[in-house]
Design a protein around this ligand. Sequence first.
Ligand code: FAD
Ligand code: DLZ
Ligand code: SF4
Length: 512
Amino acid sequence: MSILRLILGDQLSQSISSLEGCDKSKEIILMCEVWEESTYVKHHKKKIAFLFSAMRHFAKELEKSGYNIEYTKLDDPNNTGSFRDEVERTLKKHNIESIVITHPGEYRVLANIKRWESEFGVPVEIRPDHRFLCTLEEFADWAKDRKQLRMEYFYRKIRKKYSILMDGDEPVGRKWNYDSENRNPPKEGLIISKPYISEIDDITRDVIKLVEKNFSNHFGDLEKNYFVVTRNHALKVLKLFIEQRLSNFGDYQDAMVEGEPWMYHSHISFYLNCGLLLPLECVKASVDAYHKGIAPINAVEGFIRQIIGWREFVRGIYWLKMPEYAKENFFKATRKLPDLYWTANTKMNCLHQCVSETKDNAYAHHIQRLMVLGNFSLLAGIDPLQVNEWFLIVYADAYEWVELPNVSGMILFADGGYLASKPYAAGGSYINKMSNYCKNCIYNVSKKNGPNACPFNYLYWDFLVRNRDKLQSNTRISMMYKSYDRMDSEKQKAIHDDSIKFFRDIENGTIV
Ligand code: FAD
Ligand code: DLZ
Ligand code: SF4
């Protein structure tokens, strides 16, 4: 009798709980590339290639460490196509007494696994995922009795719990949050070092061919800027970030520059989310850099807040609120996702740049996702289901536990304010301040109405007007209604007419 331990594509850590206590001499580790996971949404080609290659490299590492691996490749003729059926096939081959797995990252997969015990007649042990800093029970306990959750208080709790950047009971520098110092617009002539690029080996080459052959109709390019696919290389990416980018991370966290998709960000979300890097080691490396004088406090605090704050916070909300969270639609938005999200074919330069870079890299940094791609989908009233599907498809770091709260909670306010205190809606002036996109745009960012006015400008007001009944009582937004009400009726009519025309153009397939 043996134990079957299933490792999923985002569980590529040797310290994963499902491997704890494994008797390497007789137990079986199963990993499988399956159609169901690659096509339940049509993931970006680069995302599939990255993950399959990382899985194959990880399986080899486990084998070297003495584990007994059964690995199903996508094109294996016996591949049954789903986790469930691959587990069943393995059960038929071996004398298995129980199945062990670490809690998966997606509700859909958990629901599936929970059925296996009765379907297969074998005990299934689902272990907690210790890679996160906050257990699901701890988060639920913290959240209970709070009507609205605020990341800042959660973040402080985690910072104290792990004594990160603390001076006794006080935060280092006597301030918890340096966000106000992290909003610099990009300066002319910024020198931004190139991101880490690794050599492509035979395993990755094979996987790229496999993806070209099987997923040619999926979104995205396969060429250039391949992600790293091993833990050793991911550690090098982290080191390069700490040495070359972290010091500027804080100052330019919100800045966007045409032709600079990677900016001063860390580019580690793909590795954190699939397990090649662990959150605490990234946090420790940045805190060490602060103590060595390599990076200032606003950069280091800003960086750790994303990892121990936002990342853990959105995961807590996901598991607390699923499955209902996926259906939230506070504004009852119904517009179809415009084609420009796939083609980048738009005259709006900010959207054109962000979609093109997403297509090339399966990456866009946070402010591009939030204030350009997200802001537009909010203002245009696009159906949350379609926006979520797009964000889940196009980014190599996207798994539902992290994608859904960012999309439905942060950008669309579809949860009515559970995650964020107000919608992150903005007109063109924000994008103009934080980027150089407007310089090369056909539209004029300082024009509010008319054929060459920046569409963000009138869509912003139109969004507020359309949703007055839902937003006017929000104290963080109510003054905008006062400004609108002070506008003369001609101006209000121009906002309405420009928006109607814009939406009509989108619906007709006219390039906007
Ligand atoms: P950095 O800017 O260098 O930040 C460091 C790390 O902090 C990231 O690697 C990430 O692990 C974490 N982090 C930062 N912001 C967030 C956040 N809001 N939520 C969770 N973790 C965060 N992140 C994903 O990992 N997967 C997603 O599918 C995803 N979808 C998003 C969708 C939208 C609409 C928005 C606004 C944000 C989304 N994010 C997502 C969060 C964030 O944009 C990415 O984590 C970040 O851009 C990854 O790049 P980086 O590693 O260079 O991050
Ligand atoms: C995203 C993804 C893809 C594209 N393919 C696979 C796969 O073939 N095998 C696998 O184990 N995992 C894959 N994944 C990651 C899973 O979707 C992820 O593990 C689950 O959604 C749980 O978070
Ligand atoms: Fe985007 Fe408007 Fe600026 Fe053009 S003018 S880049 S549409 S914000």
